[in-house]
Design a protein around this ligand. Structure first.
Ligand SMILES: Nc1ncnc2c1ncn2[C@@H]1O[C@H](COP(=O)(O)OP(=O)(O)OP(=O)(O)O)[C@@H](O)[C@H]1O
Ligand SMILES: [Mg+2]
Length: 419
């Protein structure tokens, strides 16, 4: 049973947020991804190369998974930390637009929101430039324990890069939630060997672990994925799901090991495939499916994401994916969940861009000075930064030749949302 929870205040809409009835909490890394494709090389000197597409998305092992879950029709809240900068405004707005309850995302004064710039190669390869920013400082003090204890499932996203949560009190909170029936899942963010020992300490507190191949090998020290799966199960997991990129995934439970092939699709960009796999898995699992059926939905959702640019590509009509998959436990199917969420007010899944933009501008906007019209312009221009600069500041910035920072001026552009 999910205990009753005191509603928190949603920072975007300024009224109680929806954590009653919330089924999934994604907790951890929040990143803004800026992607461009196709990119073969960095232009020489000051040259400009034209590309076909540029996108900005909510990504990272917690935020990206939350958006995908919302697209699948699963009521979801996210917890983590972003800066009090424009990137943070953008990230929260994007997540809220998709229907994620972001009231539990802390704003860290003076810190940079984590961000990646991803020039996507013609073959879908994704080198990146990354700043970890506020994620590193997200700590137990930023977290409302009721959100963890009240969730049907808590997905830990990127504990290798959430150093503030390497805290015995956090492990105790996870154990308390598990004792109350909450399922705990975990995915990692990095491929850095130095960060794996810190992630390994979470294993005894999990039910399901969904690393990629590289992470599974590093965290266990095993030579093969099969050995890694065996070692992970020995930590007490119900299942280890090791994703293998284009080769699919290996699902290991006490009953045995199953290979789930990836779908044969035309790949555009694999950014966020791991997060999408987690979202599909979690959506199915929390709707009563078997581990294998859940891994199959994860595979389907990941293939959708790989077919377009960005971590939420291909998920426009994704609510059908969960109901199409059939099976037991769909009594609270996507439609009912969506209705419950929107009935409860807040940034409901059906709120759509207009409501989200209105909410943002009512809350003071991202320094846009901002009524709905301005905010709409900002969105269609796909870039809030610099829109509040005005001609004078823009000219000054240009003459200063200080890069593209039209909003870089002194603190004369108050950020009312974060304030
Ligand atoms: N080229 C591809 N074609 C089809 N499906 C793919 C492809 N690449 C990845 N996938 C799907 O996405 C799943 C997760 O991919 P992968 O193992 O690359 O995750 P990851 O490395 O954790 O990614 P991320 O960096 O997004 O977390 C795979 O199990 C597979 O189902
Ligand atoms: Mg991953």
């Amino acid at each position: 049973m999910i205990p009753p929870i005191k509603p928190a205040v949603d920072i975007l809409v300024g009224r109680p947020s929806i954590i009653q009835g919330m089924t999934v909490l994604t907790l951890g890394v929040h990143i803004v991804d800026v992607l461009a494709r196709p990119v073969e090389s960095i232009p020489a000197g000051q040259d400009t190369h034209l590309v076909e597409q540029v996108r900005i998305t909510a990504a990272g092992a917690a935020a990206g998974t939350a958006v995908d879950l919302a697209r699948l029709g699963v009521p979801v809240a996210s917890a983590g930390a972003v800066g009090d900068d424009e990137l943070g405004d953008f990230l929260l707005m994007i997540m809220a637009r998709h229907g994620v309850d972001v009231a539990g995302v802390a704003r860290k004064s003076g810190e940079q929101t984590a961000a990646s710039i991803l020039p996507i190669r013609p073959d879908g390869g994704r080198p990146s430039f990354h700043v970890p920013g506020a994620n590193l400082g997200f700590a137990l003090a930023d977290l409302d324990p009721a959100r963890v204890l009240g969730a049907k499932l808590v997905h830990l996203g990127g504990m290798d890069a959430s150093w503030g949560l390497h805290d015995p009190a956090f492990f105790a909170l996870l154990d308390e939630a598990r004792a109350g029936g909450t399922i705990i899942t975990m995915d990692l963010l990095s491929n850095m060997p130095d960060l794996m020992p810190a992630a390994k300490v979470f294993l005894p507190h999990l039910d399901y672990f969904l690393p990629n191949e590289e992470q599974a090998l590093m965290i266990t020290g095993a030579a093969t994925v099969e050995e890694a799966a065996t070692a992970l199960l020995a930590e007490g997991l119900t299942a280890a799901l090791i994703t293998l990129g284009a080769h699919g995934s290996l699902v290991a439970t006490a009953e045995g090991t199953t290979h789930i092939p990836a779908l044969d699709i035309e790949v555009v960009d694999t950014t966020g495939c791991g997060d999408a796999y987690c979202a599909g898995f979690i959506a199915a699992l929390t709707n009563g499916r078997s581990v294998i059926a859940a891994a199959e939905l994860g595979t389907t959702v990941a293939a959708r994401v790989a077919g377009g640019l960005g971590s939420d590509a291909g998920l426009k009509d994704a609510r059908n994916l969960l109901s199409d998959a059939g099976g037991p436990g769909l009594d609270a199917g996507p439609d009912k969940a969506l209705k419950a969420l929107s009935d409860a007010g807040g940034s409901g899944l059906d709120a759509g861009p207009d409501k989200a933009l209105k909410a943002l501008s009512e809350a003071g906007g991202s320094g846009l000075g901002a009524g709905p019209d301005d905010a709409l312009n900002a969105l269609s221009d796909a870039g809030a930064s610099g829109l509040d600069a005005g001609p004078d500041k823009a000219l000054k910035a240009q003459s200063d030749a200080g890069g593209s920072g039209l909003d870089a001026g002194p603190d004369d552009a108050p950020n009312t949302l974060s304030d």
